[in-house]
Design a protein around this ligand. Structure first.
Ligand code: FAD
Ligand code: NAI
Length: 466
């Protein structure tokens, strides 16, 4: 290895970076991973996927009881109450266990954890906490951060205007929470605080929530969230925010222009998207540039324009999802080691962990119809026996197939366990399945998964249960 300190140095220990580092070490490369946070695991484990799912789970349990949903099963309880700090502390335990687990895995696999911020000094050298490290290969896996909204200043410590990180640690249930952005974060964290008792208003710039998802699914989801008591104001933009004492006042107007109005909130959650982290990396010293969206471009193998420098995860184009970052981490490490690491970017599922869950993979009906002639099969969860037994019948499954070849192009699901159900669709699509393949695969009864089989039968024009 001559004068290199490492075969591979990974910048960032999120799901992309830590997975790449472990895989590279498993493949025999001398590997280090630089992380500026106190703990490993990146956005996902510290302030993203994991804490949000912990609060979604806890708040769902609370709503089951407090919302009186268990009464129909003959169960009654005393007056329910919620101890928010205890709920937050339990969430933190899950986070600590998982971030500590990565530290253990680094030790086990002999990955050196370099603590501090990395900045390039040349194409193969970075500075970390005043020390210089030279590596034969460098993977940039620095992830993303909240996109700020001009005029709405986030102050998580104050807890009135917060981003997702602040919304994961509110000390008490706000009376009125206004969420700016009807995307994944807004709907998940809005759901958490609504279930715990807040009135939640979602303000979305576009004319529908959940951009990027299938049109039917977006409409159905909005209907369900409204039924749950969320107020959703689409086609509306926030133009300013003032904070006085413990209240915020937002000014908003129709997205297309028009009269403005104000709305008061105890907490404002800004969730209008995330942007790649490249500031402070001194990319210019490495000879790298970013595209118009601030992302680092790579080829199919995750090589940047500079030999020996690779990039993965939220910092490169594509959906900002932990499993996408992880899979890219594995594939990239394999490519660095001289193997062939491949990702099928056409089959990356996305899941919104609300209740019911919302999940999709592949093309939306709109995208598929623009490409080719399609056939669509739908099946309502209302007609699924397991959903009926559980008294959780909101939602549907939709299978989109190529009209000529019958190959499945996309699957969209709203169901209590949509996030689990979508895995079957991913495997089917990865293997190039037709809708007929799914329709003629035996599915256990009674399961939610039967709804996917029936939707596939619908593509064939012959579902049994509707
Ligand atoms: P990150 O996880 O952002 O990690 C990058 C790391 O690099 C960070 O720890 C950062 O501190 C470090 N870093 C940055 N610059 C430097 C530097 N110069 N030197 C050293 N270290 C540096 N995705 C899902 O798939 N499922 C979910 O349920 C989900 N829920 C989410 C909920 C919330 C509230 C949020 C905010 C995000 C959620 N996401 C979810 C998205 C997911 O967290 C990201 O897609 C994922 O973390 C991206 O992984 P990454 O490795 O690219 O970057
Ligand atoms: P998002 O892109 O999902 O949604 C942002 C929403 O804000 C969009 O609907 C957009 O139209 C709207 N918006 C933008 N500017 C606005 C404005 N000025 N006023 C009103 N609305 C405005 O981004 P979000 O929710 O912040 O999440 C960021 C990323 O984190 C997403 O890319 C997502 O992939 C990831 N994530 C994934 C989760 C999951 O997989 N379950 C959970 C949470 C986040």
């Amino acid at each position: 290895m001559a004068d290199y300190d490492y075969d591979l140095l990974v910048i960032g220990a999120g799901p992309g970076g830590y997975v790449a580092a472990i895989r590279a070490a498993q493949l025999g490369l001398k590997t280090a991973c630089v992380e500026s946070r106190e703990t490993l695991g990146g956005t996902c484990l510290n302030v993203g996927c994991i804490p949000s799912k912990a609060l979604l789970h806890a708040s769902e349990l609370y709503e089951e009881v407090a919302g009186g949903h268990l009464a129909k099963f003959g169960m009654s309880f005393g007056k329910p109450s919620v101890d928010v700090p205890a709920m937050i502390a339990e969430k933190q335990k899950a986070v600590d266990e998982l971030t500590g687990g990565i530290a253990f895995l680094f030790k086990k696999n002999k990955v050196d954890w370099l603590k501090g911020r990395a900045a390039f000094t040349s194409a193969d050298t970075v500075d970390v906490a005043g020390k210089s490290y030279r590596a034969k290969n460098i993977i940039i896996a620095t992830g993303s951060s909240v996109t700020p909204l001009p005029g709405v200043d986030v102050d998580n410590a104050k807890g009135i205007v917060v981003d997702s990180t602040g919304a994961l640690t509110l000390p008490k249930v706000p009376g009125h929470m206004v969420v700016i952005g009807g995307g994944v974060i807004g709907l998940e964290l809005g759901s958490v605080w609504r279930r715990l008792g807040a009135k939640v208003t979602v303000v979305e710039y576009l004319d529908q929530i959940l951009p990027g998802m299938d049109g039917d699914i977006r409409k159905e989801a909005a209907k369900i969230f409204k039924k749950q008591g969320m107020e959703i104001r689409t086609g509306t933009k926030v133009t300013g925010c003032t904070v006085k004492g413990a209240k915020a006042t937002l000014t908003m107007e129709p997205a297309a222009g028009g009269a403005s109005e104000t709305i008061d909130a105890d907490v404002v959650l800004v969730a209008i998207g995330r942007r790649p982290n490249t500031e402070g990396l001194a990319l210019d010293k490495a000879g790298l540039t970013v595209n118009a969206r601030g992302q680092i471009e790579t080829d199919h193998d995750f090589r940047t324009s500079v030999p020996g420098i690779w990039a993965i995860g939220d910092v490169i184009p594509g959906p900002m999802l932990a499993h996408k970052a992880e899979d890219e981490g594995i594939a990239c490490a394999e490519n660095v080691a001289g193997l062939t690491g491949i990702i099928n970017h056409d089959v990356i599922p996305s899941v919104v962990y609300t209740f019911p869950e919302i999940a999709g993979v592949g093309l939306t009906e709109e995208q598929a119809a623009a490409k080719t002639t399609i056939k669509v099969g739908k099946f309502p969860m209302m007609a699924n026996s397991r959903a009926k037994t559980n008294r959780q019948t909101d939602g549907l499954v939709k299978v989109i197939a190529d009209a000529e070849t019958d190959r499945v192009l996309g699957v969209w699901i709203i169901a209590s366990v949509a996030g689990t159900m979508i895995a079957e669709a991913c495997v089917a699509m990865e293997f190039g399945a037709t809708s007929e393949d799914i329709a003629y695969t035996c599915h256990a009864h009674p399961t939610h998964a039967e709804a996917l089989k029936e939707a596939a039968m619908g593509v064939q024009g012959k579902p049994i249960h509707i």
